[in-house]
Write a protein that binds this ligand. Structure first.
Ligand code: ATP
Ligand code: MG
Length: 259
């Protein structure tokens, strides 16, 4: 579907979004670099989740959402007339606040998405094992689970479940991983482990991660976007945003003057 040689994995132009008559996103013009980790911060209700959900078009499942402007993923307009939703969902994977493994074994969780996208033809055992191991290694989970791949995924700790939810996106080779507060259900140790894992994925995937945790945005992202009331206020390398914010609103937020 997409060429790999564009500079930006995600590019939006004049993106506006309404839930019914309520406008949630205003004139969003963003360029998100390929292979980087970009964090998105901002007070509750500023449109972070809405933006993420626009990038794989799950917002429109709610019949009353209207979008104008454009979003390109790897140079292709995902709201264009010839776009297949299945292709977008393959290219753009998403994880949520609470890990949501399927009520299946660890192994079957990893292979499920691949089967869904690649069709019902049977994979050989060796091929299947290779896919499962490859994905679990990428999320730093292989050593912990290699001897219990047939155990139910639900037996894993929350931190391990979240890693598994990321692992199961990988076999279809997505370009973009969207993460909506992926550590918010985890304790500090689990958060640290998942952050370390996300950092390891740097370069291989374009990662857009929403967080309320300012320390996490600073530690675990290379670029940072600050949003307020449905608008992008600032988008710079993370170091600059936290040290020399260009806008009063950004400074107020990172210094804790908003909720
Ligand atoms: N399904 C929906 N229907 C109607 N309005 C919605 C819907 N989802 C979100 N909104 C509204 O859109 C605005 C943006 O919400 P969104 O969930 O994107 O914010 P957020 O930045 O992710 O907030 P939080 O940090 O609390 O997760 C809010 O005013 C919210 O009430
Ligand atoms: Mg949200």
């Amino acid at each position: 579907m997409a060429s790999q040689d564009v500079a930006y994995a995600i590019e939006t132009e004049a993106l506006n979004l309404w839930y019914g008559t309520f406008q949630a996103l205003f004139d969003i013009n963003l360029q998100i670099k390929q292979g980087r980790i970009t964090s998105m911060i901002g007070p509750s209700g500023c449109g972070k989740t809405t933006f993420l959900r626009s990038v794989n078009r799950i917002n429109e499942r709610l019949g009353y959402v209207r979008t104008t402007g454009s979003i390109e993923v790897l140079g292709h307009d995902i709201y264009g007339p010839d776009v297949e939703l299945v292709q977008i969902r393959k290219q753009v994977g998403m994880v949520f606040q609470r890990p949501n493994p399927l009520p299946l074994s660890i192994r079957k969780n990893v292979i499920f998405g691949y089967r869904l996208h690649e069709g019902p033809h049977r994979l050989g055992k060796a091929q299947r094992d290779e896919i499962v191991e490859g994905a679990l290694r990428q999320v730093l989970l292989w050593d912990e689970v290699k001897d219990r791949l047939n155990r139910p995924a639900i037996e894993l700790s929350l931190e391990e479940q979240q890693k598994l939810c990321i692992a199961r996106l990988l076999p279809v080779k997505p370009a973009v991983l969207l993460m909506d507060e992926p550590c918010s259900a985890l304790d500090p140790k689990g958060t640290e482990a998942v952050e370390e894992m996300i950092w390891e994925l740097r370069g291989r995937y374009t990662i857009l991660i929403v967080t309320h945790n300012m320390a996490q945005a600073r530690r675990a992202s290379e670029e940072c976007i600050f949003m307020l009331l449905g608008k992008v206020i600032e988008h710079t390398p993370t170091g600059e945003l936290f040290v020399t914010p260009q806008n009063r609103e950004t400074a107020d937020y990172i210094e804790g003057r908003y909720g």
